[in-house]
Structure formats: structure tokens, C-alpha cells
Design a binder for this molecule. Structure first.
Ligand SMILES: [Cu+2]
Length: 163
């Protein structure tokens, strides 16, 4: 029985990870199962509709610069992320709950790579983009969810002013 229990728990960890990944991808795309409302963080942006480019540095000392970003509701932002640090970082937009769930998965699978419109992982010296439309007023959090980085304060917020 001991063996089968081990197999079961490994399998449920994988199922959990897949479910969490699917849940965050679905909400990022604004397609919640069983609901028709948009994700509270907005929707993947279209390059042709970018209204503004904002450069964000993934800097040494586990910081995003800037970490406090202000946009207007409806804006499509091209975030140009630059990893000027000597370690790998990521930029993930999400609700506080999504970010925490993703962080738990990253703790189990530290080397996981992302291919979702609200996230990007960048090796040292690399640059990349996330294009996102902020459809709802309020605040959208972002963070680096590499193990230890989130705890060290590598996070920020996009404040979305109502139209
Ligand atoms: Cu990081």
C-alpha cells in the first residue's frame, strides 16, 4: 500500500499543477469556465492597439523598476522587460490569489517555463515584451515568482484609473 500511496501523491501533485496552470491561463484569457465575465486583470493585448510602451527593469536586489505603474482603463500597454540582473527573473501579471497559486507551483517546479500572454521569463541580459490591455479600473499586481524572489519583495502594481 505504501507504494501505491506514493504514486498517488505524485500524480495528484502533477494534476494540481496542471489544473492551476490551466486555471491561470483561462483567467488570463478572460474565459472562466462556467462564467462569461472577463478576468479582473484584463485581457491579452493586440500589438496594433498598443497605446503606450513602459520599460520595466528587472534589477538586482530583487526589484522591478518602476514597481508602481499608472495606466488608464482601456489602455493597451507594451511592457518592455529588461533583465539587467545576473539571475533569471520573470514578470507575471495576476490577481493576488493567482500570483500566490502560481508561486506555490513554482516552489514545486522551480524550472518551469511559461508560455502565457500575461507572463514572461527572462535570462540575465535578455529583453522581452508583454502586451496587455487593462479593461477594469482598480489595481493589477505583478511579481517575479521565482523561489525566494517574491518573498524578497520582487513585486509591483499597476494602478488602473477609471475612464
Ligand atoms: Cu526574480
Amino acid at each position: 500500500m505504501k507504494l501505491s500511496r506514493t504514486v498517488f501523491s505524485k500524480r495528484s501533485a502533477i494534476v494540481l499543477a496542471v489544473a492551476l496552470g490551466a486555471a491561470s491561463a483561462a483567467s488570463a484569457a478572460g474565459k472562466h469556465a462556467g462564467g462569461h465575465h472577463e478576468s479582473p486583470i484584463g485581457t491579452p493585448g493586440v500589438a496594433a492597439k498598443v497605446t503606450r510602451t513602459i520599460e520595466v527593469d528587472m534589477a538586482s536586489g530583487m526589484r522591478f523598476k518602476p514597481s508602481d505603474i499608472r495606466v488608464k482603463q482601456g489602455e493597451t500597454i507594451r511592457f518592455v522587460l529588461k533583465n539587467t540582473d545576473s539571475v533569471k527573473h520573470e514578470f507575471s501579471l495576476g490577481t493576488p490569489q493567482e500570483l500566490l497559486e502560481h508561486y506555490e507551483v513554482m516552489k514545486k517546479f522551480p524550472d518551469m517555463e511559461h508560455d502565457e500572454p500575461n507572463k514572461i521569463s527572462l535570462a540575465p541580459g535578455k529583453q522581452g515584451e508583454v502586451i496587455w490591455q487593462f479593461t477594469k479600473a482598480g489595481a493589477v499586481d505583478f511579481a517575479c515568482l521565482h523561489v525566494g524572489h517574491f518573498d524578497a519583495g520582487m513585486k509591483g502594481q499597476v494602478k488602473v484609473a477609471a475612464k
